[in-house]
Design a protein around this ligand. Structure first.
Ligand code: B1M
Length: 236
């Protein structure tokens, strides 16, 4: 039982193992305490995020897949993960990086998974992007409205289910129909996606994880800044 363990007394490696266990058991307060201990030990927030929280959730995912864990248990794990992420969020988001651009991001219709999307948002903010998060379960109308309202450089879409990922094409096709597809860089991500899928739906890039999303967004922004559109030239 985790409440019999003094988390402060554990070595770094033991504490990592313990966070994985506490995430698995959905013990929110213990996860929060461990995150604070790592920060007190001068761990980089990104390392706490990836080695403790993301890896812990990966383990939960394996047992969810194998029918060992069920939705109510996984929800507790997810909430514990979110609580840990909330502590890291201001640290990851306030890197003091120069303003890079703007991104609208949301999870597609039918899909309520948001941990990965939130993580991408945090990392993008940390890299200097302004992020407008439109949440989960977004129909195409929400994406189009957010693009019109916020005029971002990048649209990010997240999907975690094989049944919801095809909806990304619905959004991209709607952008084409409105003649606005090329006004935005479209980046997609989520566990079941891959590069071939991103190509097939007409996205500009597939992001395996949040770090790739940041790198890709930066690279597209530097291409855009050198483009005729960015310089205000007339494009024929
Ligand atoms: Co669900 N779930 N879930 N789930 N869930 C998966 C996705 C699943 C793979 C589990 C499994 O079977 N192994 C499986 C999908 C199978 C499939 O489609 N092939 C599944 C299922 C089946 C379901 C339900 C249908 C279960 C049911 O009801 N019977 C149901 C569907 C609900 C719905 O959406 N309509 C469901 C529900 C849930 C919970 C509510 C319990 C909970 C979500 C809580 C929440 O998000 N608030 C949940 C969870 C937690 C998971 C797993 C275990 C973990 C997902 C996660 O948060 N990972 C997941 C297993 C798995 O993925 N292996 C699973 C951690 C996160 C950091 O990673 O989200 O991959 P990830 O994000 C990464 C990258 O993918 C990428 O960067 C992120 C950070 O590095 N990325 C982007 C993601 N989005 C991006 C967007 C970008 C760029 C990069 O834009 C630019």
């Amino acid at each position: 039982m985790s409440d019999e363990i003094d988390l402060h007394a554990l070595s770094d490696d033991e504490l990592i193992e313990q966070v994985h266990q506490d995430l698995y058991d959905g013990l929110r307060e213990e996860v929060e305490e461990a995150v604070r201990i790592f920060l007190d030990r001068k761990w980089a927030p990104y390392d706490v995020l990836t080695k403790a929280l993301v890896e812990g959730m990966r383990i939960v995912g394996v047992d969810f897949r194998d029918g060992i864990l069920f939705v109510p248990e996984v929800l507790l794990s997810a909430n514990s993960m979110k609580a840990g992420m909330a502590i890291l969020q201001p640290l990851l988001a306030s890197s003091g990086a120069p303003r890079m651009g703007k991104m609208v991001i949301g999870t597609v219709k039918g899909d309520i998974h948001d941990i990965g999307k939130n993580l991408v948002g945090m990392m993008m903010e940390g890299a200097g992007f302004e992020v407008i998060d439109i949440g989960i379960n977004n129909p195409v109308e929400n994406y189009l409205a957010a693009l019109e309202e916020h005029r971002p450089d990048i649209l990010g879409m997240s999907a975690l289910l094989t049944t919801t990922m095809p909806y990304m094409k619905v959004v991209i096709d709607a952008m084409k129909e409105k003649g606005i597809r090329h006004d935005y860089v479209v980046l997609v991500g989520g566990a079941p996606l891959n590069q071939a899928f991103a190509d097939a739906v007409g996205a500009d890039g597939y992001c395996r994880d949040a770090a790739v999303a940041v790198e890709m967004a930066k690279s597209f922004m530097s291409q855009r800044q050198g483009s005729p559109q960015a310089r205000g030239d007339v494009v024929t």
